[in-house]
Design a protein around this ligand. Structure first.
Ligand code: ADP
Length: 483
């Protein structure tokens, strides 16, 4: 029998059980792609908290067992362990009094989130011991599970069970570092790391602590791996990351190309492919008519599907659009988020009725309709660790106009740099002017149907499947185990 490489994959979110953002997408797809690689032999198992959201979703699951474990401060934590499954992959649902399965994925209260995720980080290790399943690799994701890696050093150093376990920490968004969990860490027996290369504040903050303790750091795009070693993106630990660049790499995320497939997407009135782009236009005409916009393919339709947060560059977007407001475009935005930004969007739309339509809600079906109808997809992010929306947009022939940062730069081939291979437009001057002038260029090219169709075909033919990324992850795991 082949000895499979055992990987404990710990994550706060896993789609479809509980997804808040990109972390959920990755955690629900990467393990399945890795377990499915025919050329490899992995046994990846997902460990996630038993959130209220999971209970609502109610996947088939059963209780495997309950156990107690003693914290270093001598209190006992009572835990329950359930087993479920996503496709070919086992999913363990973990519960304790801090996770308690009535709680939201994120409380938004640092004390409660601290207790939930610090205890979860310990619990994944205890669960592996309870199962007598010795991981070759512990793969943690973001601050929520970073402390599982520290715990190997701080709590389990003398435990032979984890003696050969190597560690990987994925960073999906560096600014969210778990600051505020200090009380929870102290309560549950963690102490500051003594790593002299970290700034003092970071020595007792979950994500930098995990970065310091782990064998390998993976960001969700190669571009973001480089950016976080600079002061602009490094969130105060850029010097640490520069010095320890040898253990830092980036792997671009994928998307679910079966689900996001314009040829089969049942939520679209008209399915299409690169050979049937005329069917795509019918979606656009239907959407324009539904929303009360002037109907006609000659009116360029600009779209956006996004969380409305500072990161996504909404100020820059609205200021940029205002600069070219006399041009004959239409704009439809789907998004929810910070009240202040939602208000600004609504206010802006009131000034330009019949030109700008904001739809302030979360709606997956409508998002697909926008991907499949828009001519241009805007993503003026101030930073973007990877970004999935631009990949979905390209797959549906909706051409991205995006900031040249992080994963956007890694996944979009810029028309200005490589006109023949282009899949979109990138702007390096990340400002309202930079955005407006690049969008103007795209609007101008939209008039040339030969060029535009070529860009659409290029975009739709890109391979953004997880299979591609999974092979790179598999190699990263193998290199780590052979070190
Ligand atoms: P982030 O993870 O930073 O939010 P990504 O681009 O990586 O950004 O992923 C966002 C995902 O969430 C995409 O699948 C996008 O289609 C989806 N999404 C964002 N906002 C909405 C919304 N209002 N309605 C439906 N889907 C949305």
């Amino acid at each position: 029998m082949i000895n499979k490489t055992k990987v404990l994959f710990a994550s706060a979110e896993v789609a479809p059980f509980a997804k808040v953002g990109g972390l959920g997408d990755v955690s629900g797809a990467l393990p399945i792609a890795l377990n499915g690689l025919e050329s490899e032999s992995f046994d990846l198992r997902i460990f996630m908290p038993f959130h209220a959201r999971v209970r609502e979703y109610n996947p088939p699951h059963h209780l495997i067992g309950s156990f107690n474990f003693k914290l270093t401060n001598d209190t006992n934590l009572q835990c329950e362990l359930y087993l479920s499954q996503i496709a070919n992959t086992k999913v363990y649902l973990l519960d304790d009094e801090y996770i308690n399965h009535n709680s939201p994925v994120y409380h938004g209260d640092w004390r409660l989130d601290g207790l939930k995720y610090v205890s979860f980080s310990l619990l994944v290790l205890e669960a592996a011991k309870y199962l007598d399943w010795q991981p070759d690799i512990l793969h943690a994701n973001d601050w929520h599970t970073a402390l599982a890696i520290n715990a190997l050093e701080q709590h389990y150093k003398k435990d032979p069970f984890f003696k050969n376990t190597k560690t990987v920490l994925s960073i999906h968004n560096l600014p969210f570092n778990g600051w505020g969990s200090q009380e929870a860490m102290s309560m549950l027996g963690f102490y500051p790391t003594t790593d002299p290369d970290l700034p003092d504040w970071a020595k007792f903050t979950p994500l930098p602590m995990g970065i310091s303790a782990t064998d390998l750091v993976i960001t969700v795009s190669p571009g973001y791996a480089k950016e976080i070693t600079t002061p602009h993106f490094g969130c105060g630990i850029e010097h640490y990351l520069q010095k320890h660049e040898y253990k830092l790499m980036g792997i671009l995320n994928g998307i679910d190309v079966d689900s996001f497939n314009p040829e089969t997407d049942a939520s679209l009135p008209y399915q299409f492919s690169t050979d049937r782009l005329y069917e795509r236009v019918r979606n656009k005409l239907e959407l324009q008519s539904q929303l009360g916009l002037d109907v006609g393919h000659q009116h360029p339709l600009i779209t956006m599907v996004s969380r409305l947060t500072h990161q996504k560059g909404l100020d820059l977007l609205l200021d940029g659009l205002e600069k070219i407001v006399d041009q004959p475009w239409q704009f439809v935005l789907l998004g929810t988020g910070e009240t202040e930004i939602e208000n600004r969007v609504s206010h802006f739309a009131k000034r330009y009725p019949n030109k700008i339509i904001p739809i302030l809600k979360y709606d997956e079906k409508f998002a697909r309709m926008l991907y499949a109808s828009g001519d241009m997809f805007t993503m003026p992010s101030l930073y973007e660790p990877c970004g999935l929306s631009q990949m979905i947009a390209m797959r549906y022939g909706n051409i991205p106009v995006a900031s040249a940062t992080g994963g956007l730069r890694d996944s979009i081939i810029d028309y200005q740099q490589q006109p023949n291979e282009a899949t979109g437009f990138l702007f390096t001057d990340i400002s309202a002017d930079g955005f407006a002038s690049t969008l103007s260029k795209a609007l101008e090219l939209f008039e040339d149907k030969v060029i535009w169709t070529q860009i659409q075909r290029n975009a739709m033919q890109q391979d953004f499947s997880w299979h591609h990324s999974a092979i790179t992850y598999a190699n990263a795991y193998k290199n780590l185990l052979n070190r």
